[in-house]
Design a protein around this ligand. Structure first.
Ligand SMILES: CC(C)(COP(=O)(O)OP(=O)(O)OC[C@H]1O[C@@H](n2cnc3c(N)ncnc32)[C@H](O)[C@@H]1OP(=O)(O)O)[C@@H](O)C(=O)NCCC(=O)NCCS
Length: 285
């Protein structure tokens, strides 16, 4: 009897032409990403695809945020090609691109053991909240605290605050979001103390990143977007450490999932005055 041979899998750089196939893969797993979300990721990132018999069966992406750090995500292997070592090969390829940078990712339950075996260590949890029906009470602002629309000159401040909160230089990401996101700024005593961006993503809209000095500031910023968009499908991915999860549940934005924040390499220094309360997306951090 003739012995069946497994078709060879090859890896190559992801291009714009691969995005429809990549989108089909994420849909196969019921991930909410639109084709536009994949396009957004590739605009300032790099990807690798695994091909078998001329078909894309796997993807992985990474984003270089300065010389010291980067994130990776969108690691997907088609269900009928899983368990064959493709995920491990894709990871090796994106880790090669990231070089000796500190690497961060958000792991699903399925990805955890693969990432652990590659030297990633769990450092926290991120909770995914989303929903459409919510009523948002007006935030209780401190005296001299305001939430105002983002102005043209705020992009520099946003890039700076984001860098302080994450320890990463995400200028290219922020510049790309500038084309599609709306923003509000938190001011205290007329000084900018935080911001939150709002843009289309997946099934509706996402609030993130949200950077603020404390939970009160973060609530004021997030309340703005949820209040202004009541009845619209909104998603907010918050860190466990943010303490925002019970509050979002109360507002009607149910917690629907959790992922594990993992890091490989030396943690990048951050400014203790500012914190990231909600993420851009799980892939980007
Ligand atoms: C996570 C994922 C990318 C792994 O891809 P894969 O090609 O199946 O993985 P590999 O065959 O390279 O296996 C890598 C490791 O994953 C683990 N693994 C693979 N299949 C597994 C299974 N069915 N059950 C448990 N662990 C499994 C093993 O630890 C394996 O290690 P080994 O190489 O020592 O055996 C894939 O399962 C997937 O696409 N899952 C859905 C999307 C997702 O959750 N992605 C992670 C996003 S953070």
């Amino acid at each position: 009897m003739e012995k069946a041979t497994r078709p060879a899998v090859t890896l190559r750089a992801m291009s714009e032409a691969d995005l429809e196939a990549a989108h089909a893969l994420s849909r196969e797993l019921n991930w909410p990403h639109r084709l536009e979300d994949w396009q957004f990721f590739l605009e300032f990132g790099q990807g690798v695809v695994a091909e078998r018999d001329g078909a894309v069966v796997g993807t992985a992406m990474c984003w270089l945020f300065g010389e010291k750090a980067g994130t990776l995500g969108m690691v997907i292997v088609s269900p009928d090609a899983q368990g064959l070592g493709i995920g491990r090969k894709l990871m090796a390829a994106v880790m090669d691109i990231l070089g000796n940078r500190t690497m961060m990712l958000h792991a699903t339950e399925e990805g955890l053991s693969l990432y652990q075996s590659l030297g990633f260590v769990a450092v926290g949890e991120v909770f995914q909240h989303q929903g459409t029906a919510f009523s948002v009470p007006l935030p209780e602002l401190l005296p001299d605290e305001r939430v105002r629309p983002m102005g043209l000159r705020d992009m520099e401040i946003i890039t700076d605050l984001d860098a302080r909160a994450t320890g990463m230089d995400r200028r290219r990401l922020i510049d790309t979001m500038d084309k599609s996101a709306l923003g509000v700024m938190l001011t205290r005593d007329h000084e900018v103390a935080g911001f939150a961006l709002f843009r289309k993503f997946g099934r509706g809209y996402v609030v993130g990143p949200t950077v603020a000095p404390d939970i009160g500031g973060a609530k004021a910023l997030i309340s703005h977007w949820l209040g202004a968009n009541a009845g619209m499908f909104c998603r907010v991915d918050v860190t466990e450490a943010s303490g925002l999860s019970p509050w979002l549940d109360e507002l009607g934005l149910q917690r629907v999932g959790r992922v594990t924040r993992m890091i490989r390499g030396t943690p990048v220094p951050v400014d203790a005055e500012f914190h990231t309360f909600s993420l851009v997306t799980q892939a980007l951090g």
